[in-house]
Structures are given as C-alpha cells and as structure tokens.
Write a protein that binds this ligand. Structure first.
Ligand SMILES: Cc1cc2nc3c(=O)[nH]c(=O)nc-3n(C[C@H](O)[C@H](O)[C@H](O)COP(=O)(O)OP(=O)(O)OC[C@H]3O[C@@H](n4cnc5c(N)ncnc54)[C@H](O)[C@@H]3O)c2cc1C
Ligand code: FES
Length: 265
C-alpha cells in the first residue's frame, strides 16, 4: 500500500524555528525507518520530505519543512485539520549499527537525523549529536533530542549559540578525542563532501543522506539518477555509505534541476 496516495488531516503543527515547521499526521505504520522520505502533495505540486518523527505508539508521523520557495511557502500557510496528500515511505533508511555513534545534521538536514536519533537512542546506542545552523534561532530539535538522553551539541556559523564555526570543525575535534563506531550525516552537500573526506581520513564508517531533484520517487522517471553510476536516489538512496558515495562522481560538484540542467554547488 505504500505507493497508494492518501489525503490526511494535519493533526498538529510545531514551529521549530522562524523558517521550519513540523507537520504531524495520523499514520498506519508498516516498516518506516529513519532516513526514508514521503512525497507531499499540496494538490498542485508534489515534493519529497524526510520523515523527521516516527511514533508508532501514537500512530503519528512527522515531516519538518523549511520554507524556501513556492511549494514550501504553501505548506507553511496550512493549519491544523487542513488536508495534505502523502505517499510513501520511499528510499533506503539509515542502518543502526555500532554502540557509539556521532550524528551530524546541518540546517534542515536535522530532519532525518532527529528520527535516527530517536530510534537509535531507544535501542540503547550511545550518541553524540551535532545540530548545526547559521545562527541561534535556526538551531533545530535541540530540546526535543535532549529529552532522549543523548548528548546534543549545537554549532552556529556566527557563534550566537554553542560551538562557533562549522559542524565539520567540531566533528574533526570530536573524532580525535572520542571513539565512535559510526557517523551519520545529512546537510548541505558542501558540508557532506568535507565530512566524507574526514570520515576517510579517520577511517570512520559513515552514512550520508543526499538530495537530488525528484519527480516520481518510484524509480521510473530517471530524474534523480546520478553520474556516472546511474543510481536513482529515490530507490538506491537517499542514504549511502561513504564507499558508495565515492562512486558518485557528481557528489559535491553538481546536481540537476527539474529540466536536467547541471547546477554547480
Ligand atoms: C530525499 C529528500 C528529502 C528531503 N527532505 C526535506 C525535508 O525534510 N525538509 C525540507 O524542508 N526539505 C526537504 N527536501 C527538499 C525539498 O524537497 C525542497 O526543498 C522543496 O521541494 C523546495 O520546494 P519549493 O517549491 O519550496 O522551493 P523551490 O524554490 O522550488 O526549490 C528550492 C530548491 O529545492 C530543491 N527542490 C525543489 N524541488 C525539488 C524536488 N522535487 N526534489 C528535490 N529537490 C527539490 C532544489 O534544489 C531547488 O533549488 C528533501 C529533498 C529530498 C530529495
Ligand atoms: S524521481 Fe523518478 S526515478 Fe527517482
């Protein structure tokens, strides 16, 4: 039934930051895992959004949406009990492996990282989580994740909260002093490229969630294929281990827009 579109009432909306809202929906769970995404339909257009909250106890799923353009602006205008179309879940999720894990989310990349942290901490994984943003008011999920008992650290580019600097600098510092079994990452591709280099340098197994323009999310249209392996990010991804990521030659260099034109990062 996962490809079957549903029209659901928004159960509640949480304002996470001036630009990010989390929308919660009633949900009948099958095998949803952190790192998977849903296609959201506003009855005009359809776009992918990572699952940011998986709560089978309350039969509830959450997606966190950053307002960037026309589609996400239309979502931010919605209220509780308004209707939205959803289908999914799609794609590969993060594998929960190891007993000590470092999780890193840059900006809205914290959405799948928050779902991963909830699940991994429930399974007894000891975790350090870095939530990175440009400035204090854009830091996501710090309080929510504190309640799971993990160690949450914030970084801001402007130094207004937590560590002053890029997440990559804090990651390198932590890897040198701590003993992690694995790292999971989602954020701007430029940040993930740097973290791929760091994970290789310190031989730390790492999973990355990457984004490409999506249309069908079913593996049919080929819109999200990447050079030069041809993997469909909606089916073979969006989560890849570092050694797989190194086979994607366009990673960290360019992506394609809706018409297939290359855009440099
Ligand atoms: C697997 C995956 C998971 C995502 N998870 C989230 C999430 O949890 N929260 C969130 O806020 N955003 C998420 N996104 C990005 C989100 O889909 C786009 O930011 C959103 O579609 C922007 O639409 P817009 O009309 O508001 O902005 P636009 O101005 O139309 O687009 C802004 C940018 O968003 C990207 N984008 C636009 N349409 C698509 C599309 N159909 N597929 C992929 N990227 C697109 C492009 O890079 C574009 O330049 C995810 C994307 C992917 C591929
Ligand atoms: S979006 Fe169509 S193949 Fe991935």
């Amino acid at each position: 039934m996962k490809h079957f579109p549903q029209v659901l009432k928004i159960k509640r909306i949480v304002e996470e930051s001036p630009t990010v809202k989390t929308f919660y929906f009633p949900w009948k769970f099958t095998d949803e895992t952190p790192g998977q995404f849903l296609m959201l339909w506003n009855f005009q257009d359809e776009k992918p959004m990572s699952i940011s909250s998986i709560d089978p106890v309350n039969d509830e799923v959450g997606v966190s949406v950053k307002m960037v353009g026309p589609f996400t602006q239309s979502l931010h205008k919605l209220h509780e009990n308004d209707l939205l179309g959803l289908r999914g879940p799609y794609g590969t999720g993060f594998q929960i492996a190891g007993s000590r894990v470092l999780a890193v989310g840059g900006g809205i990349g914290m959405a799948p990282i928050a779902a991963f942290t909830d699940e991994a901490s429930k399974r007894g994984v000891e975790m350090d989580v870095i939530t990175a943003a440009t400035t204090k008011k854009e830091i996501l999920f710090q309080e929510r994740l504190n309640t799971t008992g993990v160690n949450v650290m914030a970084t801001t580019d402007d130094g207004s909260h937590g560590f002053c600097g890029f997440a990559t600098e804090l990651v390198e510092k932590l890897i040198k002093q701590e003993d992690y079994d694995m790292m999971v990452v989602c954020g701007p591709e430029i940040m993930m490229k740097k973290l791929l280099d760091i994970s290789n340098q310190y031989q730390l197994p790492t999973q990355f969630s990457i984004e490409r323009y999506m249309k069908c999310a079913l593996g049919i249209c080929g819109q999200c294929c990447v050079d030069d392996v041809g993997w469909r990010i909606c089916v073979e991804g969006p989560v890849f281990w570092g050694d797989q990521l190194m086979m994607i030659s366009e990673f960290g260099k360019y992506h394609r827009d809706s018409s297939g034109i290359r855009k440099q990062f």
